[in-house]
Ligand binder design. Structure first.
Ligand code: 5GP
Ligand code: ZN
Length: 116
């Protein structure tokens, strides 16, 4: 655990979050500033700064993060109409929290893939 990492502190239970699913190695919780009716973050419990570090060090765990996100998508009723998963990575993507996470967004039309 990185003591100054927000998401590590959520994993440790030091910061509250609305958890929607937990597996041995992953955690899914609602984004504090939802950008869509359903906005869930799925993370590996282990700290990696971004998806590149995660996939490079432990591709199996990266797969578990995606599998958890897929289960949450179904559980949240997003299967029929679809959803989006986003890994913001680095400065150009506006990554704010440097603990790898995938955004699961859905529940309404999401608009164009990128703001133009
Ligand atoms: P990023 O820009 O790094 O891809 O996304 C970070 C996300 O974390 C943002 O969507 C932001 O709303 C969310 N976030 C920031 N602080 C907290 C928090 O304390 N709790 C929760 N649940 N989400 C947070
Ligand atoms: Zn962390």
């Amino acid at each position: 655990m990185e003591t100054d990492c927000l998401f590590c502190r959520i994993v440790a239970g030091e910061i509250p979050a609305t958890i929607v699913r937990e597996t041995d190695r992953t955690l899914a919780f609602r984004d504090i500033g939802p950008k869509a009716p359903v906005h869930v973050l799925v993370i590996p419990k282990e700290h990696y700064a971004d998806v590149t570090a995660l996939a490079g060090a432990d591709p199996g765990l990266a797969g578990e993060v995606l599998a958890t996100a897929a289960v949450v998508a179904e559980a949240e009723g997003l299967g029929a109409d679809g959803f989006r998963m986003i890994f913001n990575t680095g400065r150009y993507a506006g990554q704010e929290v440097f603990h790898a996470h995938v955004h699961l967004l859905g529940g309404a039309p999401l608009g164009p893939m990128l703001a133009t």
